[in-house]
Design a protein around this ligand. Structure first.
Ligand SMILES: C[C@H](N)C(=O)N[C@@H](Cc1c[nH]cn1)C(=O)O
Ligand SMILES: [Zn+2]
Ligand SMILES: [Zn+2]
Length: 519
């Protein structure tokens, strides 16, 4: 194996990997995750530093994920605050400036603790050169709930580093702690490699994304002309590749309207032997209402929703054909053969451009192992609707609440029913042919040797449209993880290669975007 010396960098490369070396333009052909690509001179130092800092970057992730920052669990709210402090410490150590924790006030109802404080948004800057472009990077440090008893193979809030399988496993590894730290790591790599950082970076890290980004819209509006003044582009790394092999850039998201319907009955939980058959049971009413929302084929049964959805155009149909995906990849990511559709186009359209209704759970119900003979006194069914163009959130909520009330009326029950919106977040669709997307596509080609697919995302990042409208900039989603990462599920993971290569794409994207003649 030849050894190549390049300034202070030493590469051990297979003979076939060296393609062309000149003194002015060193190009090294490297093998990255089974795909070869050419690394231009300008990235050799930074990429090499990213490689050598791998243990530091994994360690940073390990420290971050051990804080159970579950935004939906009121009892864990102090942990969300603790994770914000962790980020402030890391940003400080790395030399970020103007670090601010923006207070978002008290969490609005419905909430158990009426004085529950919203977690802060962590703002910071790296560089303030008026000659450079300014890129705002958004990420979220809160996570979904996770318990070992849900079926995890290891403690969800302890990072498992499996070098053999090449995986980093923990809640938040891919959604979104790993990608968020990616930006900090990239700054460290530029700094320690002595390469000038190509842009001014602004961070906006929130702690309520998994719970509807409460309070963030107003903060962005307030800061659009102050902290965020001069931002040229917004980049969000908080979604996933469509499959497991091909990198993607994302130009669309579905929105999310989250609802709860609460049935109130007796004053307290009751013995089913004593009261069963004698009193009206809240759980029975709730199950009947939930069963009227959606059928087993995924068809939403609430009247008026289909009419709000933008019709499919011929031009749009052509887009799905070009995407690299199959039902087998969907089944592999789901760990089952339960897909409702077999054709790629149908799967993509139902993930990206049609609404869906999911039933998530019941608060107040018995759910443990064993056979408790209880009649729960008050139960709340939780469900959400993923929204798409041209659905209107307020109109949708009127339809949903009206539907639940009508379904309850039909039951002729003495209990009470209350349906309400918990939070909503907008859908977003953009144009993937601008300077940001071009820069990120070039960066992807350098790292992975392939052009990325342009995708939309079935999930939601409520704040995306707000950034676009308030800052009047282009927004791009640059996913780091794969479609089988198990975000929101058990055994959430991030492939080590995605973590490392994801940072290289971030690093190269910033440089290409900085050098682009357009904004
Ligand atoms: C795509 C992103 N990583 C994510 O998981 N977003 C959440 C946002 C949300 C909206 N309501 C509750 N959480 C999601 O799509 O579920
Ligand atoms: Zn996320
Ligand atoms: Zn999430």
């Amino acid at each position: 194996m030849p050894v190549l010396f390049c300034k202070n960098i030493l590469y051990n490369l297979p003979r076939s990997s060296i393609s062309k070396i000149t003194s002015s333009n060193l190009v090294v052909k490297r093998n990255i995750s089974n795909m070869s690509s050419e690394v231009p001179q300008e990235f050799v130092k930074v990429f090499s530093k990213i490689d050598s800092l791998k243990p530091t970057f994994i360690d940073r992730l390990a420290h971050a994920v051990e804080i159970p920052a579950v935004s939906s669990d009121e009892s864990l709210r102090p942990m969300v605050f603790k994770k914000a402090e962790f980020l402030v410490d890391e940003l400080t150590k790395l030399g970020f400036t103007d670090i601010q924790k923006k207070d978002l006030g008290i969490q609005p109802p419905p909430v158990e603790n009426p004085k529950l404080q919203l977690p802060p948004v962590v703002l910071s800057r790296y560089g303030s050169d008026p000659k450079k472009k300014t890129v705002l990077v958004y990420g979220h440090y809160d996570v979904q709930p996770a318990n070992l008893s849900d079926g995890w193979d290891s403690e969800p809030f302890t990072l498992t580093v499996d070098e053999k399988k090449g995986l980093l496993k923990a809640r938040g590894s891919t959604d979104d702690t790993g990608p968020l730290l990616g930006w900090l790591n990239v700054v460290q790599a530029y700094k320690e490699s002595g390469v000038e950082f190509p842009v001014n970076l602004v961070t906006c890290f929130e702690g309520m994304e998994e719970s509807g980004s409460l309070g963030l819209d107003a903060m962005i509006a307030r800061e659009s002309d102050s902290y965020f003044k001069g931002v040229d582009a917004v980049c969000i790394s908080d979604n996933y590749w469509l499959g497991t092999k091909k990198p993607v850039l994302t130009y669309g998201l579905r929105g999310c309207n989250y609802y709860q319907v609460t049935i109130n009955g007796p004053k307290a939980d009751l013995h089913s032997g004593v009261f069963g058959g004698v009193i009206a049971e809240p759980m029975v009413d709730l199950m009947q209402i939930l069963s009227t929302l959606v059928d087993s084929k995924g068809k939403i049964l609430i009247k008026g929703i289909d009419e709000m959805v933008a019709p499919v155009t011929d031009k749009e149909k052509g887009l799905y054909e070009k995407i690299d995906f199959s039902v087998d990849e969907l089944n592999a990511a789901a760990g089952s053969k339960t897909s409702l559709y077999q054709k790629k186009e149908d799967i993509l359209m139902h993930r990206w451009r049609y609404p869906s209704l999911s039933i998530h759970g019941v608060e107040g119900a018995f759910y443990s192992q064993g056979a408790k003979t209880v009649i729960p006194a008050k139960v709340s069914g939780k469900f959400s609707i993923r929204t798409v163009p041209d659905m209107d959130s307020e109109k949708l909520t009127k339809l949903v609440v009206g539907h639940c009330n009508a379904a309850f009326e039909k039951l002729d029950s003495p209990n009470t029913c209350h349906a309400e919106l918990i939070h909503d977040g907008n859908y977003w669709v953009s144009n993937p042919f601008n300077a940001q997307f071009t820069a990120a596509a070039k960066a992807t080609k350098v790292v992975y040797g392939v052009e990325p697919d342009m995708t939309r995302e079935g999930g939601s990042i409520p704040i995306t449209l707000t950034f676009e409208e308030q800052l009047k900039t282009s927004v791009m989603l640059l996913p780091m993880g794969r479609g089988d990462d198990g975000a929101h599920s058990i055994n959430e993971k991030l492939d080590i290669s995605n973590y490392m290569n994801g940072m290289k794409i971030m690093a190269a994207y910033l440089k290409y975007y900085a050098d682009s003649p357009e904004n």
